[in-house]
Design a protein around this ligand. Structure first.
Ligand code: PSV
Ligand code: MN
Ligand code: MN
Length: 388
């Protein structure tokens, strides 16, 4: 059986990074439902993120999105985070919300638009220098809507050129995390549609280019845990964008739609050493809370990742390997299911109490009175960015 002290140590050292855009107003293309008390600027997003960390103890890092989180002084923003016991994490670029990008950004046929997009990506690395961030997260909306619209491989060449220029600009301790997505907003071809395309580009670029797996970016039925196991094996798993989906890129709370899938993914992480900090696997959330209260929803998501992590750490790997080695299909499957069916909530409550935290993070947040305070004090919150 797994050693309980080691399981607890792994649970307390896990870092779950929350997205700045999860705290702001967001919605679908049909409607943004504004909520009261949402942050009016990036500083207030950090204030809310600090509440999530205070309640959970495992969410001390916040991803930024530029230009949604553009500020005059990024050093001051990093200082604001530090004063609240948190820090700035991945910088997400945005080359998809400008009229110029109608036909693409770094893959656009017009060199002027490509230059503009590249300049933005390079600016993001400047920001990373100022914030002390390790990761540049790249998601490209680039693609085409109609057969014949543009040359598939010419676009790959343009993409490779831009990625190479950004890679060359990275500092020694910085990484580039390349995200893939099957479709949307492009509906015919997407320039980075799958892990294979992302992997091929990262392989050519070098060791500081790695793939990020957004759990919402696959076709239904894709075996994401296989992708995770393979990328870990190749040293190319940079991290996750966790969220849940029923249909497409739903961006619902991680672990809400399919906690068993989250467990299967994290089992591969656990089995392949991906929780060791030196592997650098980043556990990010990438979600928006359109109809539910935002801060408690982020807390719930963090808890869902923790629960799946705890179950993954409880898999009896010796028993699993013995069953696998002897070809005992049912026994091997039973080992996994035993761990998955364990109620880990008492274990996590115990871990939190040992850290001096309330065993129930949502209740802890409600008891702070923070929600009432921000509703009273903040008027005119900003939109997270979608459609902004
Ligand atoms: C768009 O699909 C997306 O959800 C990607 O997953 C990015 O990571 C995120 O937006 C933020 O740019
Ligand atoms: Mn994502
Ligand atoms: Mn997405």
């Amino acid at each position: 059986m797994p050693d309980l002290a080691r399981v607890k140590a792994a649970l307390t050292s896990q870092v779950i990074e929350t997205p700045s855009w999860g705290y702001g107003n967001s919605g679908t293309r049909f409607k943004v439902f504004a909520q009261q008390g949402v942050p009016r600027d990036p500083y207030e997003k950090l204030d809310d993120a600090a509440q999530v960390h205070a309640a959970t103890g495992v969410a001390p890092v916040v991803s930024l999105h530029i230009p949604w989180d553009r500020v005059e002084d990024y050093g001051a923003l990093a200082g604001h985070a530090a004063e609240r016991g948190i820090r700035l994490g991945a910088v997400n670029s945005n080359v998809f919300q400008d009229d110029d990008y109608k036909l693409g950004s770094v893959t656009h046929p017009d060199p002027r638009v490509r230059r503009k997009a590249l300049d933005h990506l390079l600016e993001c690395v400047d920001i990373m220098d100022a914030t002390g961030s390790r990761d540049l997260k790249l998601w490209f909306a680039d693609g085409t809507n109609y057969p014949g619209q543009d040359d598939i491989n010419a676009r790959q060449d343009r993409l490779a050129e831009a990625l190479g220029a950004v890679y060359a600009r990275l500092g020694a301790d910085q990484r580039m995390l390349l995200e893939y997505k099957l479709f949307e907003p492009a509906f015919y071809t997407t320039d980075v549609p799958d892990w294979g395309t992302a992997y091929a580009h990262c392989l050519k670029l070098g060791p500081r280019a790695q793939v990020v797996v957004d759990t919402g970016h696959h076709a239904p039925g894709v075996n994401i845990e296989f992708i995770v196991a393979f990328l870990l094996r190749e040293g190319k798993l940079g991290g996750f964008d966790f969220n849940s989906r029923f249909y497409a890129d739903d961006d619902l709370m991680a672990g809400a739609a399919d906690p068993f899938q989250l467990f299967r993914i994290l089992h591969e992480v656990a089995k392949n050493g991906g929780f060791a900090p030196e592997t650098g696997v980043a556990f990010l959330l990438d979600q928006c809370h359109n109809i539910e209260a935002k801060i408690p929803a982020v807390i719930r998501s963090v808890m869902n990742v923790q629960e799946a992590t705890a179950k993954a750490l409880l898999v009896d790997l010796d028993a699993l390997r013995a069953a696998q080695g002897s070809g005992d299909v049912l026994a091997a499957n039973a080992v996994l299911m035993d761990a998955y069916n364990t109620d880990v909530r008492p274990l996590l409550a115990e871990v939190r109490q040992e850290q001096g935290l309330n065993p129930d993070p949502v209740a802890a947040y409600r008891a702070t009175g923070w929600q009432e305070r921000i509703v009273a004090e903040r008027v005119g919150g900003t939109q997270a960015g979608w459609g902004a």
